[in-house]
Write a protein that binds this ligand. Structure first.
Ligand code: C2E
Ligand code: MG
Ligand code: MG
Length: 555
């Protein structure tokens, strides 16, 4: 069953009259699938169609907008076949080849791409089970909200269900999902216009409560919410009770999103100390003794000084020749009491506190040092990928420090690669762009990490100096489940190739996934199938061995 398709609006913006004639001649054969309109200039395009997803702009190179200027898909009109795919556009048409078929093909391509963009956008910011915002979507909502009202008139709730894991284990995941849906329904009943709800994790939720008209509203809402959630649930004919802990924090002027999230989290932990469904409001005075961001920060700072961090390296395999072509440096914290900690335990904290900047320099320096160590073992040079957080980009010393480190370790900068996440590069920050260009002049390459999880804009993506795109491992993992997921990965790979980017698939764990990816034309893979991240002592024998025989998963 397919919904009736609206005619695609083609918006022609060209000074040469021949284009209008050529395109008009094709229209009758398209039988209402598209309508052709002409626009005098970009301002007209903006005012008429900026919100219209069905519109496609057709324009000539002379009138092509600056990168990021136009959100609509654009088809470039050319007089001869280009040598390389033009950047910043969805597709192109060459004048002497324009006919009904070529136009139809081109429009189909643009439409499919539009569907892919919409799918990625939805996946990126929405929780698939409940349809409410996910963590990513919520962060965007919160940032806008705080910016809109000078950071006032809003309270943040952090809700955690008690013992949800046990329900999941006892009744199975499907029943767990049904329970979550009931929880969301009850929460939605309590919300009013101006409030927002998001799912932060499997049993964690965030609430944005509008307190502009009534400063006490958050507290009485919290009371009603914990009451509503304390009612028994019916799942698969069984009645069950669920405890919950709700932490509330009121935003203060210009206090920012990070402290607000942290305070709501602390309050939630305090609510947890009480059985049943309870809420707790964050109180600055009482929490002076709580383990603050600052305490954790100083512990991490000490770890840096005492050299308690280490890097593990995960190899990247080139599918065409079965050779290892690169490594990704992944940081770990060897904690005296808690053992080897993965980055998820401390990188977010480092990002919040700004400590990511010195930590990041430590990572770069150690990676460069280890690159040199591999060299002295007589190993062929490999690309070294280092993850870079957005905060590190904001450091004014980045370029100078990096140049110094590169010189100090005598490494050729062409082998260095920075992995950035979409959320970082898509902030349309002019500074990000300038820094990327400057680093690029040093020879450093860039890749886009976790592709698909923070999608924003193709047009913008195309305007950045990125060489590689890493398909997030959640997409690779889901390929096993459904045809639809396989199609999505295939489409992502095609898209990257259209943008002249190489593609690395992350988190490849099985031969079956590898075979699919190979069939889709994926360039490189990284994942447990090739190797887990290895400390440098274990990496050297691995590389020595793999340089003798091409790694088994080739061909
Ligand atoms: P990432 O950059 O996407 O790194 C890939 C993560 O996937 C690594 O987790 C890796 O161990 C894991 N992985 C690789 N292959 C497989 C597989 O086949 N199956 C599964 N299930 N997992 C696989 P890790 O090391 O825990 O790193 C997590 C994230 O922490 C990284 O994600 C990266 O965003 C961040 N990170 C790591 N090191 C640094 C760093 O030095 N600086 C910054 N800013 N972030 C870092
Ligand atoms: Mg990475
Ligand atoms: Mg990744």
């Amino acid at each position: 069953m397919s919904a009736p398709v609206e005619p695609m609006r083609l918006l022609l913006l060209a000074s040469e009259p021949e284009w209008a004639a050529l395109l008009h001649a094709c229209m009758p054969a398209l039988k209402g699938a598209a309508v052709l309109l002409t626009a005098p200039d970009w301002d007209a395009v903006d005012s008429l169609f900026s919100r219209d997803r069905q519109a496609v702009v057709l324009t000539t190179p002379a009138l092509q907008p600056a990168p990021g200027r136009c959100e609509l898909p654009t088809i470039l009109l050319l007089h001869s076949e280009p040598e390389a795919a033009p950047s910043g556009v969805s597709d192109w048409l060459v004048s002497d080849q324009v006919n009904v078929d070529s136009l139809r093909r081109c429009l189909r391509h643009v439409r499919e791409r539009g569907v892919l963009v919409a799918t990625l956008q939805r996946l990126a910011e929405q929780d698939p089970l409940t349809g409410i915002a996910n963590r990513q979507g919520f962060q965007a909502l919160l940032a806008t909200r705080l910016a809109d009202h000078d950071g006032r008139g809003v309270a943040l709730g952090h809700l955690d269900l008690d013992n949800f894991r046990h329900v999941n284990d006892a009744l199975g995941h499907q029943s767990g999902d049904r329970l979550i849906l009931q929880v969301v329904l009850r929460l939605k009943h309590q919300l009013e216009a101006g409030d927002q709800l998001a799912r932060l994790g499997s049993d964690e939720f965030a609430l944005l409560i509008d307190t502009r008209r009534d400063p006490g509203r958050a507290e009485w809402m919290a009371e009603r919410i914990v009451e509503a959630l304390a009612e028994p649930y019916w799942v698969d004919g069984e009645s069950l009770l669920l405890g919950c802990s709700l932490g509330l924090a009121h935003a203060r002027a210009q206090s920012g999103a990070d402290p607000l999230m942290w305070h709501a989290h602390i309050a939630m932990r305090q609510a947890k100390a009480t059985q049943g469904c309870t809420f707790h409001v964050f109180n600055e005075r009482i929490n002076r003794h709580a383990r603050s961001l600052a305490d954790l920060e100083s512990e991490l700072r000490r770890a840096l000084r005492r050299d308690e961090l280490e890097l593990h390296y995960q190899p990247r395999l080139n599918l065409a020749d079965g050779r290892i072509v690169g490594l990704e440096a992944l940081v770990r914290w060897r904690h005296a009491e808690r053992g080897l900690l993965p980055p998820s335990e401390f990188v977010p904290l480092a990002e919040q506190s700004g400590l990511i900047v010195p930590l990041g320099y430590w990572v770069i320096a150690r990676a460069l040092r280890d690159m040199q160590a591999l060299n002295t073992q007589g190993l062929a040079p490999l690309h070294m990928a280092v993850n870079l957080s957005f905060r590190q980009f904001q450091d004014s010393q980045l370029l100078a420090t990096l140049s110094r480190l590169i010189a100090e370790y005598g490494v050729d900068a062409h082998w260095l690669e920075f992995e950035l996440t979409e959320t970082a590069v898509m902030r349309r920050n002019e500074r990000v762009r300038q820094t990327m260009d400057a680093l690029g002049r040093l020879g450093v390459r860039f890749s886009l990490d976790d592709f698909g999880t923070g999608f924003s804009s193709f047009v913008h993506l195309n305007s950045l100096p990125i060489t590689l795109l890493k398909v997030d491992r959640s997409f690779v993992a889901k390929m096993d489940m459904r045809e639809e997921n396989r199609k999505l990965v295939h489409a992502m790979i095609n898209l990257a190739h259209n943008l002249n980017l190489e593609v690395v698939a992350e988190g490849v764990e099985s031969e079956a996934q590898l075979a699919l990816l190979r069939g889709f034309g994926c360039n490189q893979v990284q994942g447990f199938l090739v190797s887990k991240p290895l400390p440098v002592d274990a990496l050297i024998p691995f590389l020595l061995q793999s340089s003798h025989r091409q790694v088994g998963v080739a061909g």
